[in-house]
Design a binder for this molecule. Structure first.
Ligand SMILES: *Cc1c(COP(=O)(O)O)cnc(C)c1O
Length: 223
């Protein structure tokens, strides 16, 4: 994992530069390091370098890592598509679920005992397989989350489509976020921006970046 500290530092300064360019305080942008497919040892190294927010996209892998690294003071972010039947298990270790996108999942996350933070994922493509609610269906989903005990709505999450400039896609999310704000004034956070487009995301108001390879290096297998 040589170069990890250097890559982390490069992203930290890239984030700070983009925030300044946007006239924003870099302190209002949280960088989540997405560590899927990487070993626990890499996450330990990241923790030593001051990283607290870790993202994973598959339940089994995330659960195993959260258990093995329970001695570290980490916040786990679940960023992948989530089956309703796994929802309760995920909320047991995740602080934030970025991929709330279906009625059945919202219902499965209901709890009278504890609260998990959630983003509603919006689908910016025409392909329903990509995960996320269609923009037309956004308001009813916001209403449903607000009416469900046990989930605190933070805002919207999106992945930029490949066939559109990222900045334009993130501007669409920002506009959708204004619609959400009309119903849920506290839900103004924006989870958007990955290794190749985080600068554009910051310029369009991202509060949570999900950055993998720019920090971790290439993933060991697939993904
Ligand atoms: C893997 C992943 C990321 C990080 O992607 P990189 O291109 O490696 O930065 C961000 N968001 C989600 C939902 C992911 O699955």
């Amino acid at each position: 994992m040589s170069g990890l500290a250097e890559r982390l530092e490069a992203v930290r300064s890239g984030v700070a530069d983009a925030a300044r360019e946007a006239g924003r305080d870099p302190g209002e942008v949280t960088t989540i390091v997405v560590t899927k497919f990487h070993p626990e040892s890499l996450i330990r190294e990241l923790a030593r370098l001051g990283v607290r927010d870790i993202g994973e996209n598959r339940h089994q892998e995330a659960q195993a890592k959260a258990r093995a690294l329970a001695d570290l003071d980490l916040r786990w972010h679940f960023v992948g598509q989530l089956q309703s039947k796994k929802a309760r298990q995920v909320r047991a270790y995740a602080s934030v679920i970025h991929s709330v996108d279906r009625d059945s999942l919202v219902d499965a996350l209901r709890s009278d005992e504890s609260t998990v933070d959630g983003f509603i994922q919006v689908n910016l493509t025409e392909n329903p397989e990509r995960g996320g609610v269609a923009p037309e269906a956004l308001e009813p989903m916001v209403e449903r989350v607000l009416a469900t005990p046990g989930i605190r709505l933070l805002g919207l999450m999106a992945v930029a489509p490949l066939d559109e400039p990222a900045r334009a896609a993130f501007a669409r999310v920002r506009a959708l976020s204004e619609r959400v704000g009309a119903i849920a004034p506290a839900a103004t956070a924006l989870s958007m921006g990955m290794s190749h487009d985080y600068r554009d995301a910051i310029l369009e108001g991202a509060t949570h970046l999900r950055i993998g390879t720019a920090i971790t290096g290439n993933r060991p297998t697939g993904g």
